[in-house]
Design a protein around this ligand. Structure first.
Ligand code: NAD
Length: 426
């Protein structure tokens, strides 16, 4: 099989690992953009494959003295527009294919919103909830040490993703800095503000989701919202949409889903924080994960994992607008069905770009030793998000594309242009 034989079908394959399905979806979307832009086969091959992929074995000493070994990954998909940028995921199902897909989406996302980065992603196949804090710290530091040859403020800058947070970034920054012999705050973003993290980074992805949703909705007042995934992105997206006047009726996390005519999102956040999840929240009814995705709402925000809206459930999805807080939540098969149903989808590479935008602002502050106010950060974020939304919307309207097709055409087109200008060495 050559790399040009990658699948370009719209249907997932039964039994195929989720990571491979995500990579197939990413390659399908790329193939569509390549066709639209009229790029040649050689460039298509280059864009369909990552520049560098590193697989590492990470030994972890458990509290009882046993040693376990987990697999870790760091993939740099494309470096043509600047250093690689992308989060690190700790999740038991993560694999090289998934990390590659996520790195590819990062490339188009950075190009789409006009920040000077390529795309990367990292992951460790582990459930962080099964480790003690000390085990998690040891594992994180060892993983950081293993990927140290690839990362650095001028090379590749990690950030939080599923299962990782500010503390993870603090450990990585410290490990890298100890090895370097001096403090290197710009090696990661999404770190605590005490260590050079940016004001506004913690809520940046969710703020971007809110900005994108409101740009599409026009008026927020009374619009109903369901949010899948009540983690770093989903919980604050629900909060910001409620703050703007939307009526949040349902939220879910890995352990369950809840519904009420009007959820008090701040109260649900406090309750979930104290009780380890949303199930059992006293002022709402329990619903199933599937029911949440199929609610008759104005806005559905998938903010958990890939491949949750599929060819199987898309015909039952009633939301008028889908704002992809997560990366890759909608399969190509679902995309076709939802487009036929008249559902508008604000694609991941646009909808959740707020995180990487403020990561970029954090990195600029670190490398220039600046410190911007929360207001300055928010203004810059809003400007970049709204500008990208307008560009995508205009191209989609002018050329009869979906917002996803338009977003990919712009992102892939900018990366292709960077390759054309730089030429091929040697
Ligand atoms: P997180 O680990 O903080 O939260 C993930 C949430 O999803 C948790 O509440 C978890 O319980 C829930 N979840 C998992 N499986 C679920 C299921 N089957 N049904 C319902 N909920 C489920 O992760 P996060 O950082 O919020 O990331 C969520 C998504 O947003 C991912 O796709 C990530 O790649 C994307 N994203 C994150 C950022 C960021 O800044 N953190 C930026 C851009 C995109």
């Amino acid at each position: 099989m050559t790399i040009m034989d990658f699948p370009t079908t719209t249907s997932g394959i039964q039994g195929m690992a989720p990571g491979q399905q995500a990579l197939d979806a990413a390659r399908f979307q790329l193939a569509e953009a390549v066709r639209f832009l009229g790029l040649d086969d050689g460039l298509h091959r280059m864009l369909a494959t990552p520049r560098r992929s590193l697989t590492v074995s990470v030994p972890v000493r458990r509290e009882d003295g046993r040693m376990e070994v987990v697999q870790g990954y760091r993939v740099q998909h494309n470096l043509s527009r600047g250093p690689a940028k992308g989060g690190i995921r700790f999740h038991p199902d993560t694999d090289l294919a998934e990390v590659t897909a996520l790195a590819m989406w990062m490339t188009w996302k950075c190009a789409l919103v006009g920040i000077p980065y390529g795309g990367a992603k990292g992951g460790v196949a582990v459930d962080p909830g099964t480790l003690t804090t000390r085990e998690l710290e040891r594992m994180t530091r060892r993983y950081a040490n293993e990927i140290q040859p690839l990362i650095g403020p001028e090379k590749d800058i990690p950030a939080p993703d599923v299962g990782t947070d500010e503390q993870t970034m603090a450990w990585i920054m410290d490990t890298y800095s100890v090895n370097a012999g001096y403090s290197v705050p710009g090696v990661v973003t999404g770190k605590p503000t005490t260590l050079g993290g940016s004001l506004g980074r913690a809520g940046a992805t969710s703020r971007g989701v809110q900005i994108a949703a409101l740009a599409a909705l026009g008026c927020a007042e009374g619009r109903t919202v369901a949010v899948q995934g009540f983690g770093k992105v989903g919980a604050l997206a629900a909060q910001y949409l409620a703050d703007a006047g939307c009526r949040v009726v349902a939220v879910s996390d890995a352990s369950g889903a809840i519904y009420s005519e009007r959820l008090d999102v701040a109260d649900v956040r406090a309750w979930a924080g104290a009780n380890g999840g949303v199930p059992g929240y006293p002022h709402a009814d329990a619903i199933t994960h599937d029911e949440l995705l199929e609610l008759d709402v104005d806005v559905l925000v998938p903010a958990a994992l890939e491949g949750v809206l599929t060819g199987a459930n898309a015909p039952r999805v009633k939301a008028r607008l889908i704002v992809e807080g997560a990366n890759g939540p909608t399969t190509p098969a679902a995309d076709l069905i939802l487009a036929d149903q008249g559902t508008t989808i604000i694609p991941d590479i646009l909808a959740n770009a707020g995180g990487v935008i403020v990561s970029y602002l954090e990195w600029v502050q670190n490398t220039q030793a600046y410190s911007w106010s929360a207001h300055e950060v928010e203004v810059k974020l809003r400007d970049l998000m709204e500008g990208a939304f307008r560009e995508v919307n205009t191209l989609a309207a002018d050329r009869g594309l979906t917002l996803r097709e338009a977003a990919h055409a712009i992102g892939v087109g900018r990366v292709a242009e960077a390759h054309r200008l730089r030429g091929l060495y040697p």
